[in-house]
Design a protein around this ligand. Sequence first.
Ligand SMILES: O=S(=O)(O)/C=C/c1cc(Br)ccc1O
Ligand SMILES: [Zn+2]
Length: 258
Amino acid sequence: QWGYGKEDGPSIWHKNFPVAEGDRQSPIDIIPKEAPRDPNLGPIVLNYDQCTSLNITNNGHSVVVEFDDTDDRSVIQGGPLGNPYRLKQFHFHWGGKGCHGSEHTVEGMSYASELHLVHWNAVKYKSFGQAAEAPDGLAVLGIFLDTGDDHRWLHMITDALYMVKFKASVTDFKGFNPKCLLPSSLHYWTYLGSLTTPPLHESVIWIVLKEPIIVSEKQLGKFRTLLFSGEEEDQRMRMENNFRPPQPLKGREVRSSN
Ligand SMILES: O=S(=O)(O)/C=C/c1cc(Br)ccc1O
Ligand SMILES: [Zn+2]
């Protein structure tokens, strides 16, 4: 019942989700010179080699690749994290033709798109749902997408998008390892924030990589062939501009890795 339009978009979400006006909302505008290096922040470590992707789905808000998170086969750890966090899914946010669509911005500059890899703290919590309501329950790795040449592996995803054009469509998507979507450097900014979509739970330790990956306009354009609407709906609404704008920092500190 929420979306990204005039009637149901980010400026309205607070009516059904009052935490939208909370003290640790995401995304934010990151100002590098106000994000001091913290020598205590070690490198993040991604163990995705045994990851098991299951399916790709259009949930009416984004395109999501879901993983088997019944054990610790694919985790993120290190950096600001006190435990290993299990990979549950990844999804994207993007703009319209010629418009940028990242959620985090860097000194007011937004990127073409942003990839979110969502992980949960299975050491402390019994389920994703329970973790999603805890202040240290989730860790989301954010990766900016900038435009340029074709990304050599993104076609694995864009070639499958025609199968999930409509909201609530899902198709098998096995054997995909998101390691192929990482930039060369894992240097990052980190801060305490929230989910950027309703229910907007303030349960996310954000880790935003400084280096974007490069994808082509053509590849991004394929994301825009997705629809917000279901197959039975007569109104065809192109899935684009599915991003929340930056939210007030409210005194939070953003730290930088070395
Ligand atoms: O855009 S994010 O903040 O990564 C939202 C992540 C998210 C992931 C799941 Br799984 C369920 C609800 C959500 O809102
Ligand atoms: Zn997201």
